[in-house]
Design a protein. Sequence first.
Length: 263
Amino acid sequence: MIAEFLIFGLVGIITGTMAGLFGVGGGLIIVPVMHFILTSNGLEESIAMPLSIGTALACIIVTSSSAAYSHYQKGSLSLKRFGQLTVGILVGAGFGSSFVINVDSEILKTMLAIFVAIMSLRLFINIQMPKATKEPNFLFFNLSGGVIGYLSSIFGIGGGIFSVPLLKISGMEMKKAVGTGAACAFPIALLSSASYLLLGLNVSGLPEYSIGFIYIPGVIGIVIFSFFFAKQGTKLAHKLNDNLLQFIFAAHLIPVAIYWFLK
């Protein structure tokens, strides 16, 4: 248990920093780490996958709120865009968890591997995203929020990997897109983790100290550190240039993609 908490603490430091830097919740790191720990302890895949994802989303509630508030204090958060996206997010996030519970774990791992690899490749080759010639309307952000919420709930992430590029396409500058993306992670994580908790309440075979598909030791061990390091990540985001931020983000996805391909 001590070794687990040390790993959780390290993950908290990394994911907290990433949340402040990139507006992501850190789920792309938390999910594989949780999956590795749980399966190493003999937990079967059908339980380890939703438990890893639910735990990651519960962690993101704290991490995203810390990062979002720090960005808000620095003026790099658009409340207007946050509100527009959240309407759709609240609808989409509730459905993703049901998909994870019912899909074969091997299919889900393959989906994660391909998704992370594509995201990393897109950032590395620096594909230029088109920018809107005029400001997108309310419905555009509502529908986009629904898609972001649904996919984020499936992959156990805060959605920043979707919302930040979307906001940049709409004409928002990078640092404000990162701050707004961090804020959007909060409703995604809140609703999605509640869904995973409820869906796992009557499931047998869960490890000790689990509530539904949320592993409490993992949540505590990670958020203790991620809450504080999210603020440090925000400070770094305002010091580094956009190209360096993009390179660091792409690089940290490589080992994640390799893990899922090997599993």
